[in-house]
Design a binder for this molecule. Structure first.
Ligand SMILES: *Cc1c(COP(=O)(O)O)cnc(C)c1O
Length: 416
């Protein structure tokens, strides 16, 4: 392993947790497709079950998955991680490990669609209440905390609202109330920001997006910062996990209670593909952010475009926070913009030729969708508007193609 001295992000993204000696000199980790692992002695398997190390069974852990876990732990500057089958697996397992029937949590209201459904509809079945607030409004977030609150939850950049919560302030506020802060860093990626270094306690990701980058492997991860003090009255139910894993009590609970029993196992092949993609994360993000900035400026100047929502633009309400929080690394690869009305927005999609029309983001290819008539179709119009979805709005995930070609495609479709 080659972690000392601490190298820069663009180097670590390729080289962290590399163990080429163990891999027969191979430069990529081996893909272990074995479900079970043979143990030489009675003690060995019994020790593995006692948590003293060693793989047992594929639903519990896998050596290929472990390498990706070690890489993402390093990149997010956490203390441990578990990869899962999807971003939603990471989000649901984390929330359920923190919550009991009757509990509440406070979440930024600009949420990824499935997170919104899980928090507001599914958790209701278990008598769990989410209080949704504007994540950039510290007073509103704080006022929503009650004695039943178990944690705070925000997205680094809301998908698709693109608001920018101040993680440092939210972390300090959460801790003042004895609560942990969970951050979905899918749109930020550790290239832009490492929320655990700003005071977040847990980071979740859909690795399906930028971390993999090629739209070829669904996946998710929970990275535990290992700094939260679970040893307090409010979290007395964490005592057995604290006794077992100390600072990684939450990750242990997520894994032991939820991940392995819900069967949200990541396929080792997907971890392997994710690691191939991860190697180029820094290079891709560098291009995503410069392309997105240029596309945002082009759209803002186009007469057929009524508004552009991109944190890189000076008129964006989160511009200042994003600039400081992302340390000048850029403002992400996704933007939304409005045309005259719904018909104009849907018409544009039909005239595009380079930009793919599909439901995902964070791919190296440019991707567009009309959220109002697709992902959010089943929501009533007032709820859609509450979530920042508008009929005239398009969501564009700017890819890493030559930016002139992306702009040319938008331009011909806008002026046709
Ligand atoms: C896509 C996405 C998710 C869900 O991830 P899956 O891998 O599709 O389950 C969660 N949060 C955000 C911000 C996302 O963009």
């Amino acid at each position: 392993m080659s972690e000392t001295p601490k190298r820069q992000f663009a180097t670590r993204v390729i080289h962290s947790a590399q163990d080429t000696e163990a891999w027969e000199g191979g430069t990529l980790p081996p893909l272990y497709q074995s479900v079970s692992h043979r143990h030489p002695t009675a003690d060995s398997l019994s020790d593995a079950f006692a948590g003293k190390g060693g793989h047992i069974y594929g639903r519990l852990s896998n050596p290929t998955n472990s390498v990706l876990e070690a890489k993402l732990t390093d990149l997010e500057e956490g203390r441990g991680a578990v990869v899962m089958a999807s971003g939603m697996a990471a989000i649901s397992n984390t929330c359920m490990a923190l919550l009991r029937a009757g509990d509440e949590f406070v979440a930024g209201r600009s949420l990824f669609m499935s997170s919104w459904i899980l928090f507001t509809q599914i958790f209701k079945k278990y008598d769990i209440r989410v209080r949704l607030e504007d994540p950039t409004d510290m007073a509103a977030m704080e006022a929503a905390i009650t004695e039943k609150t178990r944690f705070l939850y925000v997205e680094t950049l809301g998908n698709p609202a693109l608001d920018v919560p101040d993680i440092k302030k939210l972390g300090a506020m959460a801790h003042a109330h004895g609560l942990p802060l969970v951050v979905d860093n899918t749109l930020g990626t550790p290239y832009l920001v490492r929320p655990l270094t700003l005071g977040a306690d847990v980071v979740v990701h859909s690795t399906t997006k930028y971390i993999s980058g090629h739209g070829n492997a669904s996946g998710g991860v929970v990275v535990d910062g290992g700094r939260f003090d679970w040893d307090r009255k409010k979290f007395a139910d964490f005592a057995p996990f604290v006794a077992r894993k100390g600072p990684l009590a939450l990750l242990d609970r997520i894994w032991r209670e939820h991940h392995i029993n819900h069967g949200t196992t990541q396929a080792p092949m997907n971890s392997y593909l994710t690691m191939v993609g991860l190697d180029t994360l820094a290079l891709r993000m560098e291009r995503h952010v410069t392309n997105a900035m240029a596309v945002a400026r082009f759209l803002a100047a186009h007469p057929a475009v009524t508004w552009v929502n991109y944190p890189g633009l000076h008129n964006h309400p989160g511009h200042g926070v994003a600039d400081a929080q992302f340390g000048g690394a850029g403002f992400g690869g996704m933007l939304t913009f409005g045309l005259e009305d719904e018909a104009a927005a849907r018409g544009l999609i039909d005239r595009l030729s380079l930009i793919y029309h599909l439901a995902s983001i964070g791919d190296c290819k440019s991707l567009i969708i009309h959220p109002w008539s697709t992902q959010y179709l089943s929501f009533d119009p007032a709820t859609r508007r509450d979530m920042g979805i508008r009929p005239e709005m398009l969501r564009l995930s700017v890819g890493i193609e030559a930016v002139g070609d992306i702009i040319d495609d938008l331009n011909q479709a806008l002026t046709a």
